[in-house]
Design a protein around this ligand. Structure first.
Ligand SMILES: [Zn+2]
Ligand SMILES: [Zn+2]
Length: 163
């Protein structure tokens, strides 16, 4: 008796002895699935776990000339630390244009030449030996800088005091 289920937004049917593998988006024999939580077989087959781990390992950035490589150079050049709050988590650190006007000009230039803005800024910072027109900010402090214009932080603080 085929079992009907609803997974990842669409209806699927599992014939007896088979199970739908969410990773491969295909049916495999039931014995290919390791036991999962709650006594039910896992939603990924065994091979899926192996493939996923391998992909993850290969995904570790190291290639010269890649975006990750440029990012590492930039973080080393400026010191991998948020200039505003001191956060050192490399996953949230960003290269910031100290002067937003310079960022706007670069963005326009990149659009004109069909270049990626973040790559352009990384390459510019590296080529000019890390000038102080850039700084490192964490994503929080970068958002604050972008949003806190015209006393907006004070305005929110006032509004939050009200009922
Ligand atoms: Zn599978
Ligand atoms: Zn910060």
């Amino acid at each position: 008796m085929p079992r009907k289920g609803y997974r990842k937004g669409y209806l699927y049917q599992e014939p007896p002895g088979q199970r739908y593998c969410v990773f491969h988006k295909a049916l495999h024999p039931l014995e290919e699935f390791p036991p999962g939580s709650g006594g039910k077989p896992s939603s990924w087959c065994r091979l899926a776990y192996t493939e996923y781990r391998r992909k993850e390992r290969e995904g570790v950035p190291r290639a010269h000339g890649s975006q990750a490589y440029r990012r590492i150079k930039v973080l080393q050049g400026y010191g991998a630390k948020c200039a505003a709050c001191g956060n050192t988590d490399p996953l949230v650190l960003q290269l910031d244009h100290v002067d937003p006007e310079l960022a706007r000009q670069q963005k326009a230039l990149c659009k004109e030449r069909g270049r990626k803005f973040s790559t352009f800024a990384y390459e510019d910072a590296i080529a000019r030996n890390y000038p102080d027109t850039y700084q490192i900010l964490c994503s929080n402090c970068n958002s604050r800088k972008r949003l806190d214009v015209g006393g907006r932080a004070e305005w929110y603080a006032e509004m939050l005091k009200k009922e």
